[in-house]
Design a binder for this molecule. Structure first.
Ligand code: CU
Length: 500
């Protein structure tokens, strides 16, 4: 409807202009061509002067009217440490271009007034003016140099990479049509390697290299989840794209960087205002002290619903708008709590699946953890008078056989190290089975298993005189043999400290 009214108004204006032209032609025939022409010139020149005034006043007035909606001029102050520098640069540029804008427009319209056709107007003709050329070359050159140098200084400041001993948090943003994948480094603080050859849209959309230990604790947060970052912490964002150009844009932080396929970029910024603090800054401002939902006066205030956002600032396709993500800045304590609650992508969806290149293998972290556990229970048993039995949790045998499973070597190597460190300790290695199969068979199996453990340790250099292997068969279960879990617990190898 509005569109139709607007269209009709424009149509009417066009018709009026055409009709005025016709009237003018008729008048010129009646009154004489030259006089009418000069009257028209006067009128047009005057209209241009009026237009100039209205136009310039409108430009300034609209900028002032909308200043609160613009970054840096109203309540939308920068929320990052470097944001003020960027705003300063914009202001310096606006100052000079603003002066040029106003002067050139005044000259443009004033010339069309001054040099309109008149009866006794003299025409001055000159081919060349060195003075004029000097002026219009020198002034822009000086101003441009000043602007470029200022820009370079701020750019170098903002884009300085992390120093060698600086503390920072590195995250990664990968843009694609039409979303962002945000990856956190996990507890180790290091983003693992990735390789486009490893991309598998179903299980590994980022192409993370699961053979890199650093990648195992990496966290790729859910596509609709808030991006959470701690306040007052340097954040380095590694930025890349998988298909077309995107742009990583955090307007409130004055962060903007292209995301380019095949050419990783980065941006470092330090958030200085939490989301909650920013809401408090907006509170009370007339633009923000209104219901968030205009149709529902009972709804929360606009400032209460404020959120920082990540936008794609490169028109990347028809779903471009849907790349918006909410960014939440929280205190360092809140961030630590949030980070601890995140699940590593590898352990939550890759570990021991078909797509896991380490399927069935122990991870370095697990090997270290097992060593720590065995060492602490071994030392506890040495110190204590009451405890002398240690279950070797990670010694396994092939099904129905006495042959050690490959993964058992870690626990046994740890045990042999402990026996070497504590070289007076004598131990009994006890084999146990579940109740499946006949008693004699189980007794013999447990005997052979215990002996194999002993043989392994002998080969590692532990004197046989310090060890004795005993098979207990199914006689001393620790759990009921009715469940699979219970039976698994009963098939165990135990270490008994005989003397310290
Ligand atoms: Cu995009």
């Amino acid at each position: 409807m509005n569109f139709l009214v607007l269209f009709l108004i424009l149509l009417l204006i066009v018709i009026i202009i055409i009709q005025l032209g016709k009237v003018r032609n008729l008048a010129s025939v009646i009154r004489g061509e030259a006089r009418v022409e000069r009257q028209n010139n006067d009128r047009t020149a005057m209209s241009l002067m009026v237009f100039m005034v209205v136009f310039l006043v409108f430009c300034v007035a609209s900028a002032m009217y909308y200043k609160d909606s613009m970054l840096g001029y109203g309540p939308l102050q920068p929320a990052s440490a470097h944001g003020g520098d960027i705003d300063y640069l914009f202001n310096v540029t606006l100052f000079f271009t603003g002066i040029v804008f106003i002067i050139t427009h005044i000259i443009l319209f004033w010339y069309s007034w001054k040099y309109r056709e008149r009866d006794n107007a003299d025409v001055k003709f000159f081919v060349h003016s060195t003075k004029l050329e000097m002026i219009w070359t020198a002034i822009p050159a000086v101003v441009m140099t000043f602007l470029v140098v200022q820009g370079l200084m701020v750019w170098n400041d903002v884009m300085t990479d992390i120093g060698p001993d600086e503390e920072y948090l590195e995250i990664e943003a990968t843009g694609y049509q039409f979303a962002w994948d945000i990856r956190y480094p996990g507890p180790d603080g290091i983003l693992g390697e990735k390789n486009y050859r490893k991309i598998d849209l179903a299980v590994n959309p980022l192409g993370m290299d699961w053979l890199d230990d650093n990648a195992l604790d990496d966290i790729v947060i859910d596509g609709s989840a808030e991006i959470v970052l701690p306040v007052d912490t340097k954040v380095r964002v590694k930025i890349s794209a998988k298909d077309v150009l995107h742009n990583f844009y955090l307007p409130h932080f004055r962060v903007k960087m292209d995301a380019i396929p095949g050419l990783p970029t980065y941006f470092i910024f330090t958030p200085i205002t939490t989301t909650e603090e920013y809401r408090q800054q907006l509170k009370g401002h007339p633009d923000w002290e209104v219901p968030y939902d205009p149709t529902d006066p009972e709804s929360k205030m606009k400032w209460e619903e404020f959120n920082y956002e990540l936008a794609c600032a490169e028109l990347c396709g028809k779903g471009h708008y849907s790349m918006r993500r909410v960014l939440k800045i929280v205190t360092k304590e809140e961030y630590a709590e949030w980070a601890a609650a995140q699940k590593s992508t590898y352990f939550s969806s890759i570990r021991n699946q078909e797509s896991d290149p380490r399927k069935g293998q122990l991870l370095n972290t697990e090997i270290k953890q097992r060593k720590k556990e065995l060492t602490s229970s071994f030392n506890a048993a040495l110190k204590s008078d009451s405890i002398n039995l240690i279950r070797l949790e990670h010694v396994f045998f092939k099904t129905g056989s006495a042959e050690l499973a490959d993964n058992s070597k870690y626990e046994l190597d740890n045990l042999s190290d402990l026996m070497k460190t504590n070289n007076t300790v004598k131990v009994e290695l006890g084999g146990h089975t579940d109740s499946q199969g006949d008693d004699d068979g189980n007794m013999s199996l447990s005997n052979r298993r215990a002996s194999n453990v002993m043989n392994y340790l002998s080969r590692k250099g532990i004197e046989s005189s310090r060890m004795v292997a005993v098979g207990y068969g199914e006689n001393t279960p620790v759990e009921s043999n009715d469940t699979a879990e219970g039976r698994a617990k009963n098939r165990r190898t135990e270490l008994k400290i005989l003397s310290k």
